[in-house]
Design a protein around this ligand. Structure first.
Ligand SMILES: [Zn+2]
Ligand SMILES: [Zn+2]
Length: 277
């Protein structure tokens, strides 16, 4: 299981960091998690085949997590897609996409299996296939927002505990999520601010680096991956140090980084394949 970071920045797509998107690869099955502007460019840059994506998880409808979706679906259609796509997203996403396509005269020929999220407590199974299960839980943000706990379904012959990847972006500090992220092999948490901005983080319902580290420690995860880095922090050393003061095994995400879940090492960029679509 490995994750490719397509965008590791917060709201502004500037500098070396684009906005939130990543692809989790589970034994060849790919999940797109969040879809900011420019996601399809980053998919191509990382030699991930667009048409191999059949499941998309959207945490919330803020533009820096969602505004790439109409363009990505449109490109899938233009490249001849007929296979269905499953989209797990907060309530309202379907209306936004359908209205956008209706009013602009664009069209999608392939079916979309919409699974809209509309609950404010607990852990809910929202997707399963032969490679993984996905459970969603609410986060504390300024709009309805969900975290995801993704558990691999190991082959019958494998005698090890299944790997777990947890993703929480964006959220204020909230210990109610601890049971849902507990024991994850890799926890990807937003880390918008340094500790000096704790008040601003609370106002805007984001995490500081220290809070992210504390959640990782309290949840007993194996490794912490920090993402959604504010454009204020060109060099992430301060964020890493502040998170590591609470939880040592922390890494700051970078765009186009591939990271192996449960092993904790970066992988090189893959070579181009014959068919990039
Ligand atoms: Zn965001
Ligand atoms: Zn947000």
């Amino acid at each position: 299981m490995f994750v490719t970071i397509l965008g590791s920045g917060a709201a502004l797509p500037i500098g070396a960091r684009r906005c939130s998107a990543q692809v989790l690869n589970i034994a060849g099955f790919k999940l797109l998690i969040d879809c900011a502007e420019a996601t399809q460019d980053r998919i191509r840059y990382n030699h991930l085949k667009l048409q191999s994506l059949s499941t998309i998880l959207i945490s919330h409808l803020h533009g820096d997590h969602f505004f790439g979706l109409p363009g990505l679906l449109s490109t899938m259609h233009l490249c001849g897609r007929t296979e269905p796509v499953t989209i797990v997203a907060p309530r309202g996403a379907r209306q936004v996409i359908e209205t956008t396509f209706d009013l602009t005269g664009n069209h999608i020929a392939f079916p979309i299996d919409w699974r809209e999220l509309d609950f404010d407590e607990g852990l809910h199974r929202v997707f399963e296939c032969r490679r993984c299960t996905v459970d969603a839980f609410p986060l504390d943000h300024s709009v309805p927002d969900y975290g995801f706990r993704i558990t691999e379904v190991p082959p019958v012959s494998a005698r090890r505990a299944p790997l777990v990847y947890a993703y929480c972006c964006d959220t204020a500090y909230d210990e109610r999520i601890l049971p849902h992220i507990a024991g994850a092999d890799l926890l990807c948490l937003e880390c918008t601010f340094s500790n000096e901005y704790e008040r601003l983080a609370a106002e805007r319902k984001h995490l500081t680096a220290g809070q992210a580290g504390r959640l990782a420690r309290l949840a007993g995860v194996r490794q912490l991956l920090l993402t959604h880095i504010s454009a204020r922090f060109r060099e992430p050393d301060l964020l890493l140090a502040q998170a590591a003061a609470e939880f040592e095994n922390a890494v700051v995400a970078a765009d186009n980084m591939r990271f192996e879940v449960g092993v904790g090492r970066s992988l090189p960029l893959p070579q181009p394949s014959d068919n990039e679509v």
